[in-house]
Design a protein around this ligand. Structure first.
Ligand SMILES: CC(C)(COP(=O)(O)OP(=O)(O)OC[C@H]1O[C@@H](n2cnc3c(N)ncnc32)[C@H](O)[C@@H]1OP(=O)(O)O)[C@@H](O)C(=O)NCCC(=O)NCCS
Length: 182
């Protein structure tokens, strides 16, 4: 049975940056934010390009299945500006989760994402029963590496030539944050 998510139950805020569960009405805005090759070049190919309203609708329907939520809309000063997700793993990795995120390009370089990452990690350690959050960043994405470092993530290694993105082979830099350091 699918349960409803109460809008306030999972609202996480530091005052100016807020994470909240998705609602179906986010689809047009999500397509506007996500339909950008400068975002696509930094994400896995599972993130479509071009990014259509139908893609946004499918994504929102999928993430609304999870209670407690694993994905949030990021609001800055009350405006929806990007996405962040903490995705629990399975099998022997089930005490871990992977984090992923993007901001619409007009909101880059304002220090928003480190604040969103801190909120999301605190939530995941508190509510999802996990003890480790990790992710991989393409070697050329220095901004995202800085975001993770500012949030206390530790660089654990480099997966050499493990990624092909838009025809370019690159390294993936692996980062992790442990609950005791979060
Ligand atoms: C990566 C992203 C999330 C950063 O979020 P943000 O809120 O703009 O991050 P910040 O404002 O904290 O800026 C990031 C840091 O990177 C630095 N930075 C940005 N571009 C840089 C570059 N080319 N070289 C060196 N440092 C750079 C900034 O100076 C800042 O560091 P500082 O605070 O120490 O000065 C955002 O740019 C984005 O959504 N990009 C597209 C999607 C994406 O890359 N997602 C992550 C996939 S792993």
């Amino acid at each position: 049975m699918k349960s409803e998510i109460s809008p306030d139950r999972y609202r996480l805020t530091d005052g100016e940056v807020t994470l909240r569960p998705f609602v179906p009405g986010d689809k047009r805005r999500l397509a506007e934010l996500g339909n950008n090759v400068n975002i696509f070049r930094n994400l896995r190919d599972g993130f479509p390009h071009p990014y259509t309203v139908a893609d946004a609708e499918r994504f929102i329907a999928m993430v609304m299945e999870h209670v407690p939520p694993h994905a949030f809309a990021i609001e800055f000063q009350g405006e929806y500006v990007g996405n962040i997700g903490i995705h629990p793993k399975g099998d022997i990795y089930r005490l871990g989760a992977e984090i992923g995120y993007f901001l619409g390009e007009p909101w880059w370089h304002k220090g928003i994402m480190p604040r969103a990452v801190r909120l999301a990690c605190a939530y995941a350690f508190r509510e999802l029963g996990i003890i480790r959050i990790d992710t991989g960043v393409f070697d050329y994405n220095v901004a995202s590496q800085r975001v993770l470092e500012k949030c206390g993530f530790v660089k654990e290694g480099i997966f050499r030539k493990s990624v092909i993105k838009m025809g370019q082979i690159c390294d993936e830099v692996r980062y992790a944050l442990l609950k005791e350091n979060g």
